[in-house]
Design a protein around this ligand. Structure first.
Ligand code: ADP
Ligand code: MG
Length: 649
């Protein structure tokens, strides 16, 4: 029969700076199932080093160590973790309980890594605590328990996964005599129940409880005395293979286990967690708000363009907007408009004739800009008729002597709030009835010129003479006709009519595209600034997580001691980072939405439109940031060696 634990010529050499310390110098030891054994020796003799090797927390520098016949030489960290899970339960001098967990949760913790489901964990932890006389203290936190009680909690934890072999390093070292006796009695009782118990102590009185005492000095076995022959009874361990779900299910279970752990450690450092989140909150709020504002501006611009009608082409004399000789070009006339409206690809033409002349009412006289326009003009230019009506097609074709005033002109001609509608004004020598008031185009807010609108037929026929040239004309392209095609056709038609291309075409589609691309460029620009703030936030998260890993080294060591795999540790910290980022992003989105409400929806001056997509994208970005910036700290945590992590204060 193979021995339970078998150490052959094991040595352990530490490199401490320049010096090498040989803590164990070739130890041979065989431990059978069911022994109650004490390892004694003075401080610095190598007891803890030996125990760490026995418990697979550390590996020998030379020699061989076999657990149940299986050599630990060359095993990977996760394989060692599996050995610890399946065979060992640790009891430490300083208990090493996690302060944020209740007694029951501390006890249940090792079973998380053995893959036991939460209900089974809770009920087993409860049973163990009751067995150790702590049934009343289940929900207390470690700092609410006495030293003896804490040590009993840690014994329950050692038994959680079975604890076939209990390794106790100075279990009574921090306890008063009475509590120490209780702990020793429990260990003896566990021995009677079939557990193999190994107690490490410098206290001969404690060692006297054991049936076999191994004394070591300076890394060598000095004596090995056995007082009673052993009889072994089997111990039920929870194998990590029992009831273990499949790979995917296992991963989900790990996530489910790691999530509350993350929440707990976040809750334990609330202010710090909040400050960490702040970077993400600000970053996400900025990105979502900027994208929302960009989208709002885009939709507003689009709505304005859509008011222009689906597709319009405007013709103006000259080579372009800044052509100084354009005023001298008189070839664009009303008959061009007629010719254009006869084309199949044109659904309407709105000519524009402008000139400045004197306008009088019985109250005032002023110089105004006279616009001869078609019936579609106001709609085409996105101007609202505030009072009365615009021009109908009939009144235009009948050359009616009617006029619309812009609101400022109306106030000037009819001061003191006198009604303007229905009154007669003189435009040069033509009397006209005021039939409506229009709003000034927004683009003309700072423009002081006063505007009067009359049907273009009346303007050319009655005001400026039959041959007056047009200032421009706007063509509405028929539905289903490509504006590019219409533009080419119009250019060729008009060039033929004029004999030369003395006009230029303004395509509203081009404007739409130009406006869209500017607003997109703006959004992109501001977003990239916001993204930088997100990255800064992410670096903040990484920073705090690195601190947190350093601070929680002992917790990590403990989790590894009870059998956590590297992936488990990694997941725990990654999830913490992701949860912090996700929570931050939710608060950030909330802030952005609140801002959107404060700005007042789609109709306001600065509409902010936050789509579900941008919210989802924000959350996805937050998760990505958490994964990216949490990776390094999480990996650092998972790479820690269990002994180093445990021994760090
Ligand atoms: P004990 O538990 O019996 O008091 P240890 O096993 O802790 O003794 O230590 C044995 C010797 O090994 C001591 O001289 C100690 O300084 C040294 N030692 C233990 N761990 C380390 C380490 N990580 N690095 C360097 N030296 C170590
Ligand atoms: Mg020690």
């Amino acid at each position: 029969m193979t021995a339970l634990l078998e150490i052959r010529n094991v040595s352990r050499v530490f490199q401490a700076g320049e010096e090498t310390v040989t803590a164990l110098k070739g130890i041979d030891l065989t431990i059978e199932k069911g022994e109650l054994l004490a390892i004694v020796g003075s401080s610095g003799s190598g007891k803890s080093t030996l125990m760490n090797i026995l418990g697979c927390l550390d590996q020998p520098s030379a020699g061989d160590y076999r657990v149940a016949g299986k050599s630990v030489l060359g095993l990977f960290p996760d394989e060692l973790a599996a050995l610890r899970r399946e065979h060992f339960g640790f009891i430490f001098q300083r208990y090493h309980l996690l302060g944020t967990l209740t007694a029951a949760e501390n006890v249940a913790m090792p079973a998380i890594y053995a893959g036991l489901d939460p209900q089974a964990r809770a009920s087993r932890a409860k049973a163990l605590l009751e067995r150790l006389g702590l049934g009343e203290r289940m929900d207390h936190r470690p700092n609410q328990l006495s030293g003896g009680q804490q040590q009993r909690v840690s014994i329950a934890r050692a038994l959680m996964n079975g604890g076939e072999i209990i390794l106790a390093d100075e279990p009574t070292g921090a306890l008063d005599t009475r509590s120490g006796e209780v702990v020793l009695d429990i260990l003896k009782e566990l021995h009677r129940a079939g557990h193999t118990v190994i107690i490490v102590t410098h206290d001969m009185q404690v060692a006297a409880n054991a049936e076999r005492i191994i004394e070591i000095r300076d890394g060598l076995v000095l004596s090995d005395k056995r007082s009673v022959e052993m009889h072994a009874a089997p111990v039920a361990t929870i194998s990590s293979e029992t009831g273990r779900p499949g790979w995917l299910g296992g991963f989900r279970r790990r996530l489910e286990d790691a999530f509350p752990m993350a929440l707990r450690s976040m809750a334990a450092h609330r202010v710090r967690t909040f400050l960490t989140m702040l970077g993400i909150i600000i970053g996400i709020a900025a990105v979502v708000a900027v994208v929302g504002l960009g989208e709002g501006a885009r939709q507003k611009v689009l709505a304005q363009i859509n008011e222009l009608g689906a597709s319009t082409l405007s013709l103006f004399p000259g080579k372009g907007w800044n052509d100084e000789r354009a005023a001298a070009i008189t070839t664009l006339v009303a008959r061009d408009a007629d010719a254009l409206s006869a084309q199949s690809y044109v659904s309407g033409v709105t000519p524009l004739i402008t000139s400045t002349t004197r306008v009088r009412s019985d109250r005032a006289s002023l110089n105004a800009n006279i616009n001869g326009v078609g019936p579609d003009y106001f709609r085409v230019n996105g101007m609202k008729v505030l009072k009365g009506n615009g021009f109908s097609a009939q009144s235009v074709s009948a050359r009616k002597q009617i006029a619309l005033l812009d609101d400022r002109t109306a106030e000037t001609l009819f001061p003191n709030g006198e009604p303007a509608l229905g009154r007669v004004i003189m435009i040069d020598r033509m009397p006209a009835v005021v039939v409506g008031i229009v709003s000034r185009p927004r683009s003309a807010a700072g423009d002081k010129t006063l505007q009067v609108y009359v049907p273009y037929t009346s303007a050319s026929g009655r005001l400026f003479g039959e041959s007056t040239s047009l200032s421009g004309l706007t063509v509405r392209v028929a539905d289903g006709v490509d504006t590019g095609f219409a533009e080419r056709a119009i250019v060729s038609l008009m060039t033929r009519r004029h004999g030369v291309k003395d006009f230029f075409v303004f395509n509203s589609d081009q404007m739409r595209k130009a406006l869209e691309s500017t607003s997109q460029t703006m959004t992109l620009l501001i977003s990239s600034v916001a993204v930088i703030s997100l990255i800064v936030g992410g670096i903040g998260v990484m920073n705090i997580m690195l601190v947190s890993v350093t601070e929680r080294t002992r917790e990590i060591g403990l989790r590894m001691a009870v059998g956590a795999r590297r992936l488990d540790i990694m997941l725990q910290f990654l999830i913490e980072a992701v949860v912090i980022c996700l929570a931050g992003s939710i608060v950030g989105v909330g802030l952005a939405v609140a801002l959107a409400f404060a700005l007042g929806g789609a109709g306001s001056e600065f509409p902010m439109i936050i789509s579900l997509n941008s919210i989802l994208a924000a959350c996805a970005v937050a998760v990505a940031i958490g994964l990216t910036f949490g990776f390094l700290p999480a990996r650092n945590a998972s790479r820690l060696a269990p002994v180093d992590a445990l021994s760090r204060e």
